[in-house]
Design a protein around this ligand. Structure first.
Ligand code: 1CP
Length: 339
């Protein structure tokens, strides 16, 4: 078992810098497209054998040091009782939004084993196959809430901020329910065999720091605190989060995920005694090989003072990235960081 990733999470010395990529099991791989053809994304998410196959693809093809469970942050939102659809080209859609007390009251806090047993089954099957650690994950409550309130993806988050500022009790009630669901869900993942957990806060960066502190951060802290007894490293990633870094550092997470908008050396100074994960611009994978390698070398140098460094993209790999370019990055990180 290659445990380089887990060592880096714990801040222990490693022979080289481990690398995995956000959204590594997905659309940029022709092998994924083949499995995906003829079924919906959610059907795929609910088929453990196929989830195992697509989780393993990037490990076998590109040589990553960690696998991430194939699922989606919105799967538990469906389990809370909301209809969920994924539309080609448009992404997730919740036909019934949560914008009033009645809709909030209808949401349930599901038993993860009953309603998401397929996820735990995928984890158990994966652990039999994998030679690298498996990362389980969930969306952070604020990020999940935006999808339920907006009814899908958004650019301005009008409905979300309207609820925050004009119906704060309703907003906090929703955050509370999502938090309870997320705690149970992540505990179940760890019990099933997930060896690290990541909380994706993809939309945290749209908040002013003072609003993040009131409306989002307490729920992140609660989740991380509740998962401490599970004994697995916890990664918190707030996208567009340079302005929120001091909160991330106090979130209780062992590893702070960084997007590409901040220099990693500067971030390391600010987060102190924590490992970091990141943070090359996903589009930098399109650079010619020599320039990509130079950029990776620079990032490794900038991160040399980190308590632990897990190389990653600053956000998910873009679906049109040639897999050969991702392979160049994986090999370069392994070679250039070898100690
Ligand atoms: O096949 C397809 O058409 C579906 C594309 C796809 C895939 C491959 C979606 C739809 N989700 C996923 C898998 C996924 N999503 C994983 C597992 C695999 C991996 O990382 O390798 C993970 C961890 C996620 C997490 C996720 N889903 C996030 C957080 C990370 C991030 O990218 O910021 C978010 C915000 C989602 C919601 C989502 N799922 C899919 C779409 C198109 C979206 C919407 C994104 C948006 O609103 O912009």
């Amino acid at each position: 078992m290659n445990d380089t990733f887990l060592k880096a999470c714990r801040g222990e010395p490693t022979d080289y810098t481990p690398i995995w990529m956000m959204r590594q099991a997905g659309r940029y791989l022709p092998e994924y497209q083949k499995v995906r053809r003829g079924r919906t994304f959610l059907e795929l998410c609910k088929s453990p054998e196929l989830c195992v196959e697509v989780t393993l693809q990037p490990i076998d093809i590109l040589g990553f040091d960690a696998a991430i469970l194939f699922s989606d942050i919105l799967v538990p939102m469906e389990a809370m009782g909301l209809e969920l659809e994924f539309h080609e080209g448009r992404g997730p859609v919740f036909p019934q939004t949560v914008r009033d007390r009645a809709a909030l009251d209808r949401l349930i806090v599901p038993d993860p084993h009953e309603s998401m047993g397929f996820v735990m089954e995928t984890i158990r099957l994966l652990r039999k196959e994998l030679k690298v650690p498996l990362i389980g994950f969930a969306g952070a409550p604020f990020t999940c809430a935006t999808y339920l309130i907006e009814g899908g993806s958004s650019k301005v988050f009008w409905e979300t901020k309207k609820m925050m500022f004009s119906a704060p009790e309703l907003f906090h009630g929703l955050m509370e329910k999502i938090t309870l669901c997320t705690i149970d869900y992540l505990k179940a993942q760890a019990e099933a065999g997930a060896q690290a957990l990541q909380l994706f806060d993809s939309w945290a960066g749209i908040l002013a720091p003072c609003d993040y502190e009131t409306y989002a951060f307490p729920y992140v802290q609660r989740i991380i605190e509740a998962l401490r007894p599970a004994g697995v490293p916890f990664i918190y990633f707030a996208n567009n989060g340079a302005t929120l870094l001091d909160y991330s550092a106090r979130s209780g997470a062992d590893v702070i995920g960084l997007d590409w908008r901040i220099n990693i050396g500067e971030a390391i100074q600010r987060v102190g005694d924590k490992a970091v994960q990141g943070n090359i611009d996903p589009f930098a994978l399109l650079l010619p090989e020599d320039q990509l390698r130079a950029r990776i070398q620079k990032l490794l140098d900038d991160a040399s003072q980190a308590k632990g460094h897990i190389f990653n993209l600053g956000h998910g790999i873009h679906q049109f990235t040639p897999p050969e370019q991702a392979k160049i990055a994986v090999d370069a990180v392994h070679e250039l960081s070898r100690r």
